[in-house]
Design a protein around this ligand. Structure first.
Ligand code: ADP
Ligand code: MG
Length: 687
């Protein structure tokens, strides 16, 4: 028997239980050992029966005096057990478990743990129990700190605990250390077998943390070795396009209406280096809302066109595609570039024509939505893929795209939802990362206020004052997709009331997802040309929209939005030189809402907010686990254990630098694990 032995061969398991365990992701003995408790219950302190009170969780050490099985009036079996601690008497009751009558017979010493309740008299109902046989070292279910596992149907805590204990005893000598001695010493980590024993059956509370830390480190180290070496291998195999920088790129800076920030210059340099190399670029550009990512994308685009390659720019919404289309035309057409647009709502004829132009390379840069991913969209010479607001897309979509050219095109993905670097390197393991950590000069902090209904009139006054000064205003209404029709009606009503009453003397525009493409385009154009003072909108303008004269962002029912979304919406203002404002309207009092709205009012730093959001929502929801290929972790938490994640990353890089194939003696443990755990997933160490 070794750790890879199928669980069904463990004593008392068999095919049927093996099948149940499989639902918990447990197929081998090793996987059983790595099935860690989700919680612990301290059942190590015994309460005298005289101290028991209604409602308390207690553990008692007693002797059975007698028991008695009867039926309730509903026909359920009921086992009454009378017990004593030799000072007082107490009653324990089990429903539907009359088979325990034998086990809990007169004279038996036993420990019970459970909640004390008053039902005519004080008693415990269906408590956990453990018979005392004299060898107290072997206590599993009570009388100690007891592990609590996540279960599935037909599996209970007792059985699982017993199985884990059996494997721990049986395989103790098979559990080999896999972290190099030097690292154990450096970080003061527990050895593996102790950590395994402690995490399941801790002797004392204080040891749990040390065991956990060791196992988290191990998990992260293996994960990082996987990521770092997969990345190395990927770079080795794929052949990319060697771009050159010619006139277009060289003339680029001169044609700009502003000077680039040094952060923009730095990331453009990084992109240029990538694009000129023979390895395909695979880069993530992180930069807060308004930090000027678009112009960086343009620079990359020019490098691609310089060598007569095409560029595809994919964005998450049609409005944003339109905006980029208009802006890039202004910028690029004078330079002789041909810009195209491809979105889902185009007429078939227009779409077919555009596809033909793409296929015959009559356009240099195509801006589009998901529509670009369709199979019949074929590029003649695709040299660069840019994905804007990538947090709205998934990894798989990026992959589809990369197969659209004969050669592997360079890829640049951009996001305004920045996350700490180590995390980014973990979640986007296959990407290099650039960060714009600086806003264009002269930007003033957006002043953000959270107001309740009582302040509504004052708020309208404030908005009017801004309009009178020549500024423009967004008012956002949440729109819940399931009830789009109802909400649409609501938004339209609000619009009529506002135009008719509150903002009678001003020009109001309305935009929402149900408008046709032309209608949307017209509204956005008009707003941009300042033909409207106020734009009433659903969240379709959430990302990307850039109209510098708009300086007030009002978000109604702000509590209905997540932090990332609020920050994105706020990013629609503060894009020019004038002081901008964001007003969050909400009377919500729930903890979650308060936390978000207060965070918004306090900071406008996207990195800080993203971290906060990550903590509030947890990594699973934040990243959309499956979408982003986030690894399944058994014990580590990439947010709470970020320090350990960083250490593990450093060590992984260091190990692979000196020993890329893990051939050294002290790395054999790691190598074995890597081969076992990741062989299929990451195809490591392919020979
Ligand atoms: P985001 O990073 O949110 O996509 P954009 O690329 O839309 O930001 O840029 C926001 C605004 O800042 C745009 O109006 C853009 O023209 C302007 N901008 C970008 N870079 C600079 C700069 N270096 N100096 C001044 N304005 C800039
Ligand atoms: Mg943008």
């Amino acid at each position: 028997m070794d750790l890879n032995t199928s669980i069904q061969y463990l004593k008392g398991v068999g095919p049927k239980r093996a099948h149940i365990l499989e639902k918990l992701g447990i197929k081998t003995l090793e996987e059983l050992l790595y099935y860690f408790p989700r919680a612990y219950e301290d059942r190590s302190r015994f309460s005298p029966l005289g101290d028991l009170q209604d409602g308390m969780l207690a553990t008692i050490r007693v002797q059975v005096i007698k028991n008695h099985v009867r039926r309730t009036y509903k026909g359920m079996s009921m086992l009454d057990v009378l017990v004593t601690d030799h000072k007082k008497l107490f009653n324990v009751t089990y429903f539907r478990q009359d088979y325990l009558a034998k086990t809990l017979g007169p004279g038996v010493d036993v420990i019970f743990s459970g909640r004390v309740e008053r039902y005519k008299r004080l008693q415990m109902t269906n408590p956990a129990y453990e018979i005392l046989t004299g060898d107290e070292e072997d206590l599993l279910h009570t009388g100690r700190i007891v592990p609590i596992y996540s279960l599935t149907e037909q599996m209970n805590q007792r059985r699982l605990r017993l199985m884990i204990k059996t494997v721990l005893d049986l395989c103790a000598d098979k559990i080999e250390e896999n972290i190099p001695r030097g690292l154990l010493d450096k970080y003061g980590l527990m050895d593996k077998i102790s950590a395994m024993r402690t995490i399941h059956f801790p002797e004392k509370e204080s040891a749990i943390d040390s065991a956990r830390k060791r196992l988290v480190f191990e998990e992260f180290l293996l994960l990082q070795i996987g990521i770092v070496s997969a990345r190395k291998n990927q770079k080795k195999v794929e052949k990319g396009i060697v771009h050159k920088t010619e006139q277009l790129f060289k003339g680029f800076q001169k044609s700009l209406p502003f000077a680039l920030t040094s952060a923009q210059k730095r990331v453009i340099k990084e992109i240029e280096t990538d694009m000129k190399s023979a390895k395909p670029m695979n880069r993530l550009l992180q930069g807060d809302v308004g930090s000027g990512k678009t112009i960086v994308a343009v620079a990359a685009c020019l490098i691609s066109v310089d060598g007569a390659y095409q560029t595809a720019l994919m964005v998450p919404s049609e409005i944003l595609a339109e905006q980029h289309y208009v802006n890039l035309q202004d910028l690029l057409v004078p330079m002789g570039l041909r810009v195209g647009l491809l979105v889902g709502s185009m007429r078939k004829k227009d779409r077919d024509e555009e596809c033909e132009r793409i296929r015959s390379q009559e356009v240099d840069i195509v801006i589009g939505t998901h529509a670009l991913l369709q199979e019949d969209v074929v590029f003649k010479k695709l040299g660069l893929i840019i994905i804007d607001e990538q947090h709205k897309f998934g990894v798989s979509q990026r992959m589809v795209f990369r197969q659209k050219g004969a050669m592997v095109p360079d890829t640049l993905v951009m996001t305004a939802t920045p996350i700490p670097r180590t995390l980014a390197l973990t979640v986007y393991g296959d990407l290099d990362i650039s960060v714009i950590d600086e806003l264009p000069p002269g930007r003033k902090q957006i002043l953000t206020y959270w107001v309740g209904e009582k302040k509504r009139e004052a708020m309208y006054g404030f908005i009017k004052k801004n309009i009178t000064q020549g500024r423009q205003v967004y008012i956002i209404y949440p729109l819940v997709e399931e009830s789009e029709k109802i909400d649409l009606k609501a938004v339209t009503q609000v619009f009529n009331r506002m135009q008719g009453e509150v903002f009678r003397e001003f020009r109001l525009g309305l935009i929402h997802g149900r408008l046709s493409r032309e209608e949307k385009e017209n509204v956005m154009r008009s707003f941009k040309k300042h033909e409207y003072d106020v734009l009433l909108s659903t969240t379709i303008i959430e990302v990307g929209i850039d109209i510098p004269n708009a300086t007030v962002m009002v978000i109604e029912h702000a509590d209905r939005f997540g932090l990332a979304q609020l920050h994105q919406l706020r990013g629609r203002v503060g894009r020019g030189v004038d002081q901008s404002y964001c007003i969050l309207v909400s009377d919500a009092r729930s903890e979650g809402a308060k936390e978000r709205l207060e965070a918004m009012a306090k900071t406008s730093d996207g990195f800080q907010l993203a971290e906060k959001d990550l903590v509030i929502r947890g990594p699973g929801e934040f990243f959309g686990t499956r979408q982003h290929g986030m690894p399944d972790l058994r014990i580590g938490d990439i947010v709470e254990d970020i320090r350990v994640l960083e250490q593990a990353r450093q060590e992984a890089v260091c190990i692979l630098k000196h020993d890329p194939d893990l051939n050294h003696q002290e790395h054999q443990g790691l190598k074995r694990e890597m081969e076992m755990k990741f062989k299929t997933r990451l195809e490591l160490f392919k020979s």
